[in-house]
Design a protein around this ligand. Sequence first.
Ligand SMILES: [Zn+2]
Length: 297
Amino acid sequence: MDILCRSMLFEGKAIVTAINCTETAEKARQIHNTSKSATNALARVLAMGVFMSAGFKGLKHKLTLIIRGGGAGGNIIVCGDCGSKVRCRMDNPDCLAGDEIAPVSDVIGADGKLTVIKDFGLKEPYNGMVNLVNGSVDADFAYYFTVSEQLPSAIATGVKLADDGSVEAAGAVIVQPMPNCPPEIVETLADVVRNFKDMDELVATHTPTTLIEEYFGHFENKPLQPTYPAYVCSCSREAMERILVSMGEKDAEEILEQNGVIEFHCDFCHKTQQFTKEDVKKIFEAANDKNNDSDRE
Ligand SMILES: [Zn+2]
């Protein structure tokens, strides 16, 4: 089972997070049929989505990460709901196919932007955007946290693939200071992360707990409740019905005339919902009834 572990360091002055999101990344690979190179890059962005949605409290809290880097993989989108329930899509999942795993930056591209949208169900969602540093994910997100959230962070993601391209291990370690953290502690912790020799191997040989113990156990340490990440799509027939209603009855009828059926495809789980002429009739009847009811109120 995937797990995200956190521990307070130096009496709460900093926090280390270690993530194992192997099953989440493998599910993404299966859904999107990604090449080895695409899996290797996408799993790292997914790990960041897992990290950034772990602290969300309510069902209304939504995370969206958008990377437009100009790499072979095209644009990448990762969405996250509370408890690290994530999903993703990328433009070219079959990019750079073959046994050779291309550098992450070849898939993502280094010339573009990382956009972070955090919607807490309030009027205006939080929206942060930075230029990509080098398309490696680690440096790009570290730069984002430093510049946009004033949290100078150290980030290392790791991915190991089996010969058949399936995900053997995927995860990340993130160290973030609290606002009152002295710079020397930030530097000490960043140094630990910098000295990880082979992060791809580390995530394959360690659980989040043993990783934190081995590398951060000698600092004052207080473990917090873990989170259990998973690949979960938020699409549903009900949501598609709402989209259908928002299209308007006239446009829906036009599509039915042309195609005989209306289909909605979800880019995040590749499920398709079909609406026949009878379905559409019922949906608009119900919607119109509801409108009439609310008019009377
Ligand atoms: Zn879906």
